[in-house]
Design a binder for this molecule. Structure first.
Ligand SMILES: Cc1cc2nc3c(=O)[nH]c(=O)nc-3n(C[C@H](O)[C@H](O)[C@H](O)COP(=O)(O)OP(=O)(O)OC[C@H]3O[C@@H](n4cnc5c(N)ncnc54)[C@H](O)[C@@H]3O)c2cc1C
Length: 357
């Protein structure tokens, strides 16, 4: 029996891959249903893989995962839409960043095209740009529907998803372990740590190696329904020089809403989505840079999410942590899964299942 801790997209995709290999799997989730944390508090973008260091797990699993995810969506009626994405230089000083991003994307075999202002105007007449990078394969997915479809598949293949089951402890017993929840003890020969923001605490509970998950909030505003007509797809600024996040961007969902964000701010708490929210004014300048016609009256506040980063703000990049624990060989981590985790989820699930062999 394999116990997966956490029923976000990582836990569910890992469970699915393990079940397909004939393993017996139970997924334990502390909340009342699957996917209530980061898996449904994100931008829903199926990234093409432009932004990650070539050769990193993030780059490789993003490229592998995005095509698998689109095929899964098509097979399981998960709403999604391939609109493509524009990363725009709003003046000539930003153009070198477009060329650098194009080179980075091509080094990961991601199809992109450097395009001129006329190309942008034809796709997005209201967006200001002197040059842009066009990524034809970037898409959008309804994350909640994806979580539900994954859970249905896990259960169809005989897996169990048990909500209301916080893991309180894991006790080694011979070559097995006992996974302890308030209701039961489950005997397992392998444990998958897919606990998102709590992955560091779950590793500690298992006696695994120490690492730290740094909660990092991303907040969103959105355009009013009338202003949403100003945007047709996904429009990003050039990446922020801090190296953190992709910059406040415009994301048109399948329902036609346009999200602005996410912002980026490290915080102490892992469960605080609302305290000290950025005021609406904080979104105006960065959005107007892309969409000059916009006024404050066109914006309203929207949701937020918390990234499970495995690096502190002083560090620009860390890769996903997907491997066996060095202290507890029966423990496999799928941790530090910030963006592009949603995109890469099915590929990450497969990697977890291979690691379990
Ligand atoms: C603002 C924001 C925007 C993003 N945008 C994108 C995007 O556009 N595209 C993209 O590809 N990715 C994006 N991501 C990243 C993506 O959302 C995550 O990589 C992905 O959802 C992580 O899934 P997970 O299963 O690891 O985590 P989670 O969904 O957080 O799941 C972990 C689960 O573990 C459970 N758990 C924790 N502790 C215990 C315990 N002790 N016992 C039982 N259960 C436990 C939790 O309750 C939770 O349900 C974004 C993230 C954020 C925050």
């Amino acid at each position: 029996m394999i116990v997966v801790i956490g029923a976000g997209v990582m836990g569910l995709a890992s469970a699915l891959a393990l079940l397909r290999k004939g393993r017996e799997v139970v997924v334990l989730e502390r909340h009342r249903r699957a996917g209530l944390d980061t898996s449904t508090h994100n931008s829903g973008v199926i990234h093409a893989g432009l932004h990650y260091p070539p050769g990193s797990l993030k780059a490789r699993l993003c490229v592998e995962g995005r095509d698998r995810l689109k095929a899964f969506c098509a097979a399981h009626n998960v709403p999604h839409h391939t609109s493509g994405k524009l990363v725009v230089a709003t003046d000539t000083s930003e153009e070198p960043a477009i060329d650098a991003l194009a080179a980075n994307a091509r080094a990961s075999d991601v199809e992109v095209e450097v395009v001129d202002a006329a190309f942008v105007h034809a796709k997005e007449p209201n967006v200001r740009a002197t040059r842009a990078l066009w990524s034809p394969h970037t898409a959008w997915i309804e994350a909640e529907a994806y979580v539900k479809a994954l859970q249905r598949e896990v259960e169809r293949l005989g897996g169990h998803v048990l909500p209301g089951s916080p893991v309180l402890g894991v006790e080694p017993e011979g070559d097995h372990v006992q996974v302890i929840t308030p209701l039961e003890r489950i005997d397992a020969d392998l444990v998958v740590n897919a606990a998102g923001l709590m992955a560091d605490e779950v590793s500690a509970v298992c006696g695994g190696e120490p690492f730290t998950i740094y909660p990092c909030r991303g907040e969103y505003a959105e355009l009013t329904p009338k202003a949403s007509a100003l945007v047709n797809g996904l429009v990003y600024p050039v990446p922020h020089h801090s190296g953190h996040g992709l910059g406040v961007h415009l994301t048109k969902t399948v329902s036609g809403t346009v999200w602005l964000g996410p912002t980026i701010r490290y915080q102490d708490r892992k469960d605080d989505y609302e305290a000290d929210r950025e005021p609406l004014e904080a979104f105006l300048a960065s959005t107007q840079r892309l969409l000059p016609a916009l006024t404050l009256a066109d914006l309203r506040l929207s949701g937020s999410g918390i990234r499970a980063k495995i690096h502190p703000p002083t560090q620009k990049f860390a890769d996903f942590l997907i491997r066996r624990d060095t202290r507890r060989p029966w423990l496999i981590h799928a941790a530090g899964i910030d963006s592009p985790g949603l995109t890469a989820s099915l590929a990450i699930g497969d990697l977890v299942a291979r690691t379990a062999d």
